[in-house]
Design a protein. Structure first.
Length: 262
């Protein structure tokens, strides 16, 4: 099983740990955390559901606070609010699964389930040049990251990974076009939970099947397996497990696999 989830890899590599605010339920207007309490982080990244006001971050939606920081007490800190929403609010460095809507000049307009489409420059692929660059048709599925997010402009997307330098033509790049497979649309909070190492549904499916998974924190999950039947099984299992307890999700996967093999 290969999980195309750079956010998860980054969290594990940097050894991040939750701070005290992690897990607190907030409503719009609540002060989530002050900069002074973020262990003197050199970079504070404010994600969805938060607005920076004065010396801290204020919740702009109902949900649960998520705060991740380096174990050493320095480095960058990422703060966001998870809520049971199906509308995605773009935030810088988010990994998203998008669908190309049209080509506009040197950019592609991409639907990322946000208020407005994102712009993906044709040269925003590792190793792309004016002579050699992807030609994406409307309807193409792409895995990319949000490079720039602002309320006053369309989100800028990129398929260049800061840590994994693989050319777009090699087929080994982290970001880029997703060929074949199937897309499952979920709530934003559930999609983020699939990136966690302890995700029951992802790990249980991996015990039975070999499959590829690209998780977008915009609530889109791309899955692909060795056959159409297996791909549908994985997609249905992920979709159905959103509101199931862990034990029931494990039982469901076992039953689906037995039906497939039978």
């Amino acid at each position: 099983m290969r999980i195309a989830a750079p956010l998860r890899q980054q969290m594990e590599a940097e050894g991040r740990a939750a701070v005290a605010e992690h897990g607190r339920v907030v409503i719009p207007g609540d002060t989530v955390v002050h900069k002074a309490s973020l262990c003197n982080a050199s970079v504070i990244s404010v994600g969805q559901g938060l607005s920076e006001v004065g010396g801290g971050q204020v919740a702009s939606r109902c949900g649960t606070v998520k705060v991740l920081k380096g174990k050493s007490g320095g480095g960058d800190v990422r703060v966001w609010v998870d809520g049971n929403s199906r509308r995605y609010s773009p935030a810088a460095q988010d990994m998203v699964v998008g669908v190309v809507m049209e080509k506009r000049g040197e950019d592609f307009r991409v639907d990322i389930r946000g208020p407005i489409p994102g712009l993906l420059p044709a040269l925003a692929f590792e190793g792309a040049t004016k002579r050699s660059r992807p030609k994406l048709e409307p309807g193409t599925t792409v895995y990319c990251r949000v490079a720039v997010a602002s309320r006053d402009m369309e989100p800028e997307l990129s398929c260049i990974c800061p840590t994994h330098k693989r050319g777009w033509m090699t087929g080994q790049a982290v970001f880029g076009e997703l060929l074949g497979g199937h897309i499952v649309e979920t709530s934003v909070a559930y999609a983020r939970s699939l990136l966690l190492p302890e995700s029951v549904i992802v790990n249980t499916l991996g015990n039975y099947l070999a499959y590829e998974l690209a998780v977008g924190v915009n609530g889109r999950v791309w899955v692909k397996s060795g056959s159409v039947a297996k791909t549908i099984l994985v997609a249905n299992a992920i979709r159905n497990a959103e509101y199931m307890p862990a034990e029931r999700a494990e039982q469901m996967v076992t039953q689906l696999v037995s039906y497939l093999e039978g």
